[in-house]
Design a protein around this ligand. Structure first.
Ligand SMILES: *[C@@H]1O[C@H](CO)[C@@H](O)[C@H](O)[C@H]1NC(C)=O
Ligand SMILES: *[C@@H]1O[C@H](CO)[C@@H](O)[C@H](O)[C@H]1NC(C)=O
Length: 345
C-alpha cells in the first residue's frame, strides 16, 4: 500500500473505531438508566439464567419482577449491579395485612435468603389493587414491611404500584384529582410514603387513552414524537401525553397535601400487535424509543422539570398466557429466540 493510501486507510479505520466507541457508550449509558419489567406469564419463556445474562449483555441494571420467584432470584445471585424490585403477590395481601407474624415469615422465606447476593432495592405491596376491594390491605403491609426492613437496617424501600385509574379527573393535568375511593385508600399510603420520601410507583400508558380515541388524540402526542405543544395548561405546555399523565398524578397528590413525593414510572409501553393499525412494531418502537430518550435526557416533566424520570418499560417478553390481543404483545423480545421484535437499543 502506498504511504498516502495507508494514511487514508488509517484515518478511516480510526473513524470507524471512534464511531463504534461512541455508539457503544451511548448504548451502555442508555440501557443502564432504563428499567425493564420481567413478567413470567408465558409457557415459552427462556430460562431465567439466560435472561439475566442477556440483561447483563445489553447493560440493563434495573428490573422488576411481579412476585418473589425463586428461579429468577437464584439466577440473580452474584449480579449485584442489577437492582431488583420484587412484588408481593396480591393474593398474599389478606393474610399479611392482619398479622405481623405473617409478614415476618413472608420476609424470611422470600427475601432474606437472597439478601447476601441479590441487590433487592424495592418491595412493592400489591399491583394495581388500589382502588379496589383489597386496596385497604396495602397500607398495613407496607407499614409492617417498612418497620421490618428498618429494624434490620436494610437499604430496601417498600411501596405499592398503582394505575392511572386512581384519577377521577386528569385533563388538563392541573385538574388532576383522585376519585373518592382512591382518596380513602391511596392518600393514607401516600402520606405514609412521604414520611420517608419513598417513591410511589405509578403505571402510565398513553396507549390506552389513545386507543379509546384515536380520532381526536394525535398519534405523535401519544407517542411523545413531537416537540410541538399540544396542550397548554396555564403556564405549562405539554407536547406529549406521557408528561401530561405524570403531571396529572402530581397535581392530584398536591391537592391532598402530598407535595414532593417522588414518582417512579413502574410500567409504560406500547403493544406491537393486537389492535390493527394502532399497534405496529414501528409505533411501539417510536413510543418506547422516545420514553428511553426522555429517561436518558435527565429531564423531568413540565411540572417537575428538575426531577429526572425513573422508569420501567413493560415488558421484556411477549407473554402468551396473558389475555389474548394487545396484552400478549407488549414485549420487546420474542421469548422463543430472544430476538428483538423491533429495534430499540
Ligand atoms: C418461576 O418462574 C419460572 C420461569 O418462568 C417458572 O417456571 C416457575 O414456575 C416460577 N416459579 C414459581 C414458584 O412461581
Ligand atoms: C443496586 O441497584 C441500585 C439500583 O439500580 C444501584 O444504584 C446500586 O449501585 C446497585 N448496587 C450495587 C452493589 O451494584
Amino acid at each position: 500500500m502506498q504511504s498516502s493510501h495507508k494514511k487514508l486507510f488509517l484515518f478511516f479505520l480510526s473513524c470507524i473505531v471512534l464511531i463504534f466507541n461512541y455508539n457503544n457508550s451511548v448504548f451502555v449509558t442508555a440501557t443502564s438508566e432504563l428499567g425493564l419489567n420481567y413478567g413470567l406469564l408465558g409457557d415459552n419463556l427462556p430460562p431465567p439464567s439466560n435472561v439475566i445474562n442477556f440483561f447483563k449483555s445489553i447493560g440493563i441494571t434495573k428490573i422488576r419482577i411481579f412476585d418473589p420467584n425463586t428461579t429468577v432470584l437464584d439466577a440473580l445471585r452474584g449480579n449485584k449491579e442489577i437492582g431488583v424490585t420484587v412484588g408481593v403477590k396480591d393474593q398474599d395481601l389478606a393474610a399479611l395485612a392482619t398479622s405481623e407474624e405473617a409478614v415476618n415469615s413472608w420476609f424470611t422465606t422470600n427475601i432474606e435468603p437472597y439478601l447476601a447476593d441479590v441487590n433487592i432495592t424495592f418491595i412493592t405491596v400489591g399491583n394495581e389493587v388500589i382502588p379496589g376491594p383489597i386496596g385497604p390491605q396495602v397500607l398495613p403491609v407496607i407499614q409492617s414491611l417498612t418497620n421490618l426492613v428498618k429494624s434490620k437496617s436494610l437499604p430496601i424501600s417498600v411501596t405499592t404500584v398503582v394505575a392511572m385509574s386512581n384519577l377521577g379527573q386528569s385533563y388538563p393535568p392541573s385538574a388532576g384529582k383522585f376519585n373518592p375511593q382512591s382518596r380513602e385508600q391511596l392518600v393514607p399510603v401516600l402520606k405514609f410514603l412521604s414520611q420517608t420520601s419513598t417513591p410511589i410507583f405509578v403505571n402510565i400508558y398513553p396507549y390506552f387513552p389513545y386507543a379509546s380515541d384515536p380520532v381526536n388524540i394525535h398519534l405523535d402526542y401519544a407517542t411523545s414524537n413531537t416537540e410541538t405543544v399540544v396542550v397548554q395548561d396555564g403556564p405549562l405546555g405539554y407536547s406529549n401525553m406521557f408528561d401530561a399523565m405524570f403531571d396529572a398524578f402530581v397535581w392530584a397528590m398536591e391537592k391532598e397535601g402530598v407535595k414532593d413525593l417522588p414518582m417512579v414510572v413502574s410500567e409504560t409501553g406500547w403493544p406491537s400487535a393486537g389492535n390493527g393499525d394502532l399497534t405496529t412494531p414501528d409505533i411501539a418502537a417510536t413510543y418506547n424509543g422516545n420514553v428511553l430518550k426522555h429517561i436518558v435526557s435527565g429531564k423531568g416533566t413540565p411540572k417537575r422539570p428538575n426531577s429526572a424520570i425513573e422508569g420501567f418499560i413493560f415488558a421484556v417478553f411477549n407473554e402468551n398466557q396473558k389475555p389474548a390481543g394487545t396484552e400478549q404483545n407488549f414485549g420487546l423480545y420474542n421469548p422463543v429466540d430472544m430476538k428483538p421484535i423491533y429495534k430499540l437499543f
